[in-house]
Design a protein around this ligand. Structure first.
Ligand SMILES: C[S@@+](CC[C@H](N)C(=O)[O-])C[C@H]1O[C@@H](n2cnc3c(N)ncnc32)[C@H](O)[C@@H]1O
Length: 451
C-alpha cells in the first residue's frame, strides 16, 4: 500500500474499478453489465466518474485480445498466468494510452496507483514498465503483427475465422465495424409524432442532428450519443432506443389490427412494442419471456409507450403447456437466444464470453424453439425467425433444416432491402458495417393451409 505521503493519482480509483469489471468478464465469465454493477455497488461516485469507469471497461474489453497478445509477448509467462486482475488493469491502462484522452504520464501514474489500490503493489514496477514501453513501441508492435485477427481487430481467432468463412467478401468490414462505437438509433412512435418533427425537437433541445435511413420509416440515426433521458418526449413515449436492424422485425412480420400475436422471446420488449405501435395498439399480443427480471422491462416499456394491447407473460417457449391457452396465433415472432455475434460493438464482452463450442448448442435450441412453437401458428399464419447473430450455423442452416423437416412450413419472400440486408438462404441478413446497423438475421415462414 502507498505510504502516508503518497497521494494516489487522480482517476486511479476509476481504473481500479474498471479493472475489476474487466477481470470479472475475462476470468469470471460475467457479462459486462453484471460485472460493472458488481464493481460499482456501494462505491459513492459522481455520475461523471461512473461514466469513466464504464468507458474504460468497455474500451479495455473492446481491445482485450490485442492487449492479451501483446502482454503474452512482452511479459514473462504473461500476467494472465499469474494474475487476471493485473492483466485486466494493464488492458485498462493500454486502452487509455490508445484512446489518448489524457497526457501519457498521467495515465501511467494513475494506472500504477490503481495497481496499489488493487493490492498489486508488487506489480507497480511492471505496470509502469509495460505502459512506458507501449508508448515507445506499441505502434511498431501492432504493425509487425500484421493481419493476425486477434491483434488487428481484437477478435478471438475462432470467431474471426467463422466470420471470414461465412462472409468472405464482408468479413474485414464487419470486424472493423465491431471495433467501433455503435451509433444511437431511435424509433419514433408514429402514434404520437413523426420522425421529421421529432428530429427538429432533438436538434433544438440538444444540438444533435438525426438522419432517416432508407427502408426504415420509423428510424432515425443520431449523429452523436445523447442520454436516453435527454431524448425529447422519451418519458411520454414519443421515442424509444432501438437499432435500425432491429426495427425491421415488426414490419417484416406484418401483424395487422385485430390479430393474435405471440412474441416468444420478448424481453426487453423493443420489437413487441414496435409491433403494437404499427398496429395502433390493436393487437392481442402475448410477450413471453423465460426471465422474469428482463420481463419487467417489457411491462415498463408498454406503460411508457401507452400500449395496452400487450401482456407480459413469464414462461418457457419450449414448454407451451405451461402458458398457452390453446388458441392459435396469426403471427409469431421468435427472436431466439443466440451468440449475439451481430451486436459485438454494443457488447464487446461477447468476444470473451462466447466459445466456438457454444454455437452447436445454440443452433439446436433455436431449432427446438421453431419445432415447439410451430403448432401454435394458425394455418395461413406467419412466423418470423430472428437472431442477432452473423453466423450461418444459427441462421439459414437452422431455418433450412426446419423447412426440410416441417412439410407445412413455406419460406416467404421479404425485401429486397438494398443497403440494409442481403439474401442469406431463405432469409435476409443485416451485417454490421458501413450501414451502421447491427448484425441481424430474419426469415419469414408461412404455415401452409387455408387461413
Ligand atoms: C434476443 S433476446 C429478445 C429481444 C427482444 N425480442 C427485443 O426485441 O427486445 C432473447 C430473449 O429470449 C429469452 N429466452 C431465452 N430462452 C427462452 C425460452 N426458452 N423461453 C422464453 N424466452 C426465452 C431471453 O430471456 C431473452 O430475453
Amino acid at each position: 500500500m502507498p505510504g502516508p505521503a503518497h497521494r494516489p493519482a487522480a482517476g486511479s480509483l476509476a481504473r481500479a474499478l474498471a479493472a475489476r469489471a474487466v477481470d470479472r468478464v475475462a476470468a469470471g465469465g460475467a457479462t459486462l453489465d453484471a460485472a460493472l454493477a458488481a464493481s460499482l455497488a456501494g462505491v459513492p461516485l459522481e455520475d461523471r466518474d461512473r461514466a469513466q469507469v464504464q468507458a474504460l471497461a468497455y474500451g479495455a474489453l473492446r481491445w482485450f485480445h490485442r492487449y492479451r497478445a501483446l502482454l503474452a509477448d512482452w511479459v514473462d509467462a504473461g500476467p494472465r498466468d499469474r494474475d487476471g486482475l493485473l492483466e485486466a488493469l494493464l488492458a485498462v491502462g493500454l486502452y487509455q494510452l490508445d484512446a489518448a484522452g489524457q497526457p501519457d504520464y498521467a495515465i501511467v501514474s494513475a494506472t500504477v496507483d490503481a495497481a496499489r489500490q488493487l493490492g498489486q503493489a508488487r506489480a507497480a514496477g511492471l505496470v509502469n514498465a509495460v505502459l512506458r514501453r507501449y508508448r515507445r513501441e506499441g505502434a511498431a508492435w501492432v504493425a509487425a503483427a500484421g493481419a493476425a485477427p486477434d491483434v488487428a481487430y481484437s477478435h478471438p481467432r475462432w470467431l474471426a475465422e467463422a466470420i471470414a468463412t461465412d462472409w468472405p467478401g464482408a468479413a474485414e468490414a464487419m470486424l472493423e465495424a465491431n471495433q467501433r462505437h455503435p451509433d444511437l438509433w431511435v424509433r419514433v412512435n408514429r402514434r404520437r409524432t413523426d420522425p421529421g418533427s421529432w428530429a427538429a425537437r432533438l436538434l433544438a433541445d440538444t444540438g444533435v442532428a438525426a438522419s432517416p435511413a432508407a427502408g426504415l420509416p420509423d428510424a432515425l440515426r443520431l449523429a452523436a450519443p445523447v442520454p436516453v433521458t435527454a431524448l425529447p418526449g422519451f418519458a411520454e413515449g414519443d421515442a424509444s432506443v432501438q437499432d435500425g436492424a432491429a426495427q425491421l422485425a415488426a414490419p417484416l412480420l406484418g401483424a395487422l389490427p385485430g390479430m393474435r400475436v405471440l412474441d416468444a422471446c420478448a424481453a426487453p420488449g423493443g420489437k413487441a412494442a414496435h409491433l403494437l405501435e404499427l398496429a395502433d395498439d390493436a393487437l392481442d399480443l402475448t410477450a413471453l419471456d423465460i426471465d422474469p427480471v428482463r420481463l419487467a422491462r417489457v411491462s415498463e416499456g408498454f406503460a411508457r409507450l401507452g400500449l395496452a394491447g400487450g401482456r407480459a407473460v413469464a414462461g418457457d417457449a419450449l414448454d407451451p403447456a405451461g402458458w398457452w391457452d390453446g388458441r392459435p396465433y396469426d403471427r409469431i415472432l421468435v427472436d431466439a437466444p443466440c451468440s449475439a455475434t451481430g451486436v459485438i460493438r454494443r457488447h464487446p464482452d461477447i468476444k470473451l464470453l462466447r466459445r466456438k463450442a457454444d454455437i452447436a448448442g445454440l443452433a439446436a435450441r433455436q431449432g427446438q424453439l421453431l419445432d415447439r412453437l410451430w403448432p401454435l401458428l394458425k394455418p395461413g399464419g406467419r412466423l418470423l425467425y430472428a437472431t442477432c447473430s452473423v453466423l450461418r450455423a444459427e441462421n439459414e442452416v437452422v431455418v433450412q433444416a426446419f423447412l426440410d423437416r416441417e412439410p407445412t412450413a413455406v419460406a416467404t419472400a421479404m425485401g429486397p432491402l438494398p443497403g440494409l440486408a442481403e439474401p442469406a438462404g431463405p432469409g435476409l441478413q443485416c451485417l454490421p458495417g458501413p450501414g451502421g446497423v447491427d448484425g441481424f438475421h430474419y426469415a419469414l415462414i408461412t404455415r401452409a393451409g387455408p387461413p
